[in-house]
Design a protein around this ligand. Structure first.
Ligand SMILES: N[C@@H](CCC(=O)N[C@@H](CS)C(=O)NCC(=O)O)C(=O)O
Length: 232
């Protein structure tokens, strides 16, 4: 199959975009990335994005939306699948990918929580979610052993948040999940995961966290003394 031209409509901090980028990099698919401002969405983007969300993958004149669909498509059109072959195992990987999206929702709740009580509730929700993975862990370096798969591409961007959260203070999310911690480290070392964001990602994320005006925003100020220029 000849490979069409790909353009990924992106945002610098979006974990769903990162899944697609990691898949593009793992599959060595040439592509162009176009970054947009989600607080001021361009008219052309509104016109082609049914949900008004990134990522979008432009495939020649066609447009694909939804990151999981984009990753599956990119996986299917190239050789060397990033999914297990056994149908049941593959279905389970897809389920844990979906679970990854629920973790992203919990992370958004964590950084947006307005009060200490709501924040603690979200922190505990994250602890509980990673405990689920720990209990079902059958991996090695990666989720299913030594081979990097799509499910790993989904969790790389999830764990990246915690590298920045760790720079604020120890939220004790992974204290009872040694296997998840090992997985986190293996993903952190993976080149495609490192290359899925720009170098200023930590700074940009801290700025974003401060702009939430949330309980976590206050912790960023009080624990790190960080007041970036331009934050309001
Ligand atoms: N289910 C979607 C979620 C994508 C998503 O939530 N993208 C966010 C940025 S990380 C977005 O574009 N938000 C803009 C908005 O909701 O207006 C996917 O997997 O692609």
């Amino acid at each position: 199959m000849s490979i069409p031209e790909f353009e990924l409509i992106s945002h610098h901090l979006c974990p769903y975009v990162q899944r697609a980028v990691i898949t593009l990099l793992e599959k060595e698919i040439p592509h162009q990335r176009t970054y947009i401002d989600l607080s001021n969405k361009p008219g052309w983007f509104r016109h082609i994005s049914p949900l008004g969300k990134v990522p979008l993958l432009k495939v020649g004149d066609e447009v694909l939306f939804e990151s999981a669909v984009i990753c599956e498509y990119l996986n299917e059109i190239t050789s060397g699948s990033l999914h297990p072959t056994n149908p049941l195992t593959k279905a389970k990987h897809r389920a844990w990918i979906e679970f990854g999206s629920s973790i992203l929702n919990a992370i958004a709740g964590f950084y947006n929580a307005a009060t200490e009580e709501a924040f603690e509730q979200k922190r505990q929700e994250l602890v509980d979610k990673f405990a689920w993975i720990e209990r079902h862990w059958q991996g090695n370096s990666y989720f299913a052993g030594d081979q990097f798969l799509l499910v790993d591409a989904v969790y790389g961007p999830i764990f990246r948040y915690f590298n920045v959260f760790d720079s604020i203070t120890d939220f004790k999310i992974f204290v009872n999940t040694p296997n998840v911690q090992g997985w986190r480290q293996a993903l952190r070392n993976r080149l495609s995961i490192q290359q899925a964001v720009t170098e200023d990602y930590p700074e940009q994320l801290l700025m974003f966290l401060i702009q939430r005006h949330s309980y976590l925003s206050n912790l960023v100020h009080s624990k790190t003394g960080y007041f970036p220029v331009g934050a309001n």
